[in-house]
Design a protein. Sequence first.
Length: 249
Amino acid sequence: MSPQAARSHMSIGEVLALLQGEFPDITVSKIRFLEGEGLIEPQRSPSGFRRFTHADVDRLRYILTAQRDHYLPLRVIKDNLEAAARGATRPHGVRDVLDVRGVRDTRGGRDVQGADGRKGAGDTAGAGCRLGREELLEAAGLSEEKLRELEAYGLVCAVARRYDEDALVVARSVAALERFGMHARHLRAVRAAAEREVGLVEQAVAPLLRRRAPGAIGEADESAREISGLLLDLHAALVRSGVRGVLGQ
């Protein structure tokens, strides 16, 4: 390997140092795990050491962002990446929540899309977005009365008078469903189903949270996100199947 090529490659420790500021829970073990799952394929030096390129780091950043911010299971992330490698711009059956070929940095103020594919308020809505009440009303196209109704039914909740991305998605979804005669009071069953699914996640990760070993909380967080993504896929498939039955298909 030429000196110039060597400088373009990084060790696993250097990659860790690059990513830890953005992903504090990232560890060497996690990177090795992702490699074992086939999501990343770093090169190897003649002596067997991993050598990462900047493209590998970008790929890792996408994987970690998809897990942390969008709760995508690893198999969906892998499908997304493989589809991008084939040149597909929107993989079939995968939520179009991230730019696979380069994760959009929401904190840099670039385009961010909500669940409905539209841009957020002032292009600032992302996984870490915090909207004031007026900003949420404008971004979701809701009236003050409708927002109070969402809060009364427990569909939206402010934390320290700020609303996160999930509150924005809920508000937009409810606003869109009103066109079909569905209002906040009709969606209590949806909220109850979500709470039951959260209970399943809590039950699954409880043993990990009780452990005192180093890294237990990070492992619980990763497991919770993986389970959440799988439950979302299962829920969506069951709804689609049920709707086909309603339509006699």
